[in-house]
Design a binder for this molecule. Structure first.
Ligand SMILES: C[S@@+](CC[C@H](N)C(=O)[O-])C[C@H]1O[C@@H](n2cnc3c(N)ncnc32)[C@H](O)[C@@H]1O
Length: 187
């Protein structure tokens, strides 16, 4: 559904503690996120995943949280302060169709794009930017909502990512979830 953007009232609903029952951030990320990592989170919304990510990367790690909506980022900022992790979160506003991460070339260890790829109008440009920002061997976890995205659309998105150089992890992940790799070799 490119062109549709999640409104702030849904952003608030997505913060519900009940969400932990089916999308528990610790369970989702524990095998990927390590202390001191630099993690990218495009489409962070109000930060349901950002705050736990910030706790997982620890004092010396950093989460770069990016969104196109000021209201999402303002709410995230307040929540980060309240949680005591604002110093580990860098908030960025995506400018137009760009994530504004040119300065991060090969710096990021891990990226997560959760329930947001279907909202991105130019998915190739999106995946290309993330690919560039990841270190060789870096990974991107993509999760899409089954309520909005068909398996066919999801496969099309993964094809776009593949065209940007990403390899898809062979490990089986349930639902509309995929782990994409930036290979160690040059393309
Ligand atoms: C459905 S919300 C998901 C928020 C969060 N990832 C979560 O799962 O709670 C999608 C978010 O992606 C953001 N978004 C949409 N297109 C974007 C783009 N091109 N770049 C960055 N953020 C985008 C929206 O503003 C919205 O906050």
């Amino acid at each position: 559904m490119p062109g549709h953007t999640c409104p702030p009232f849904i952003g608030r609903i997505l913060l519900s503690p009940l969400r932990r029952l089916f999308e528990n951030p610790d369970r989702l990320f524990s095998s990927y996120i390590k202390k001191d990592m630099l993690v990218l989170e495009p489409g962070c919304g109000m930060g349901y995943f950002t705050i736990p990510l910030a706790r997982m990367v620890g004092l010396k790690g950093r989460v770069i949280a990016i969104d196109i909506q000021d209201k999402m980022l303002a709410a995230l900022y307040q929540r980060a302060i309240k949680a005591g992790v604002s110093d580990r979160i860098e908030i960025r506003r995506a400018a137009g169709r760009s994530l504004s991460i040119d300065d991060l070339a090969e710096k990021a260890d891990f990226a997560v794009a959760i329930h947001m790829v279907h909202e991105v109008p130019d998915q190739q440009a999106f995946f290309r930017e993330i690919f560039k920002a990841l270190k060789p061997g870096g990974r991107l976890l993509v999760i899409e909502p089954r309520i909005h995205v068909s398996r066919k659309k999801f496969t099309e998105s993964l094809d776009q990512a593949g065209q940007c150089g990403f390899m898809i992890s062979p490990e089986p992940l349930t639902g509309l979830k995929a782990l994409l790799y930036k290979h160690h070799h040059e393309y």
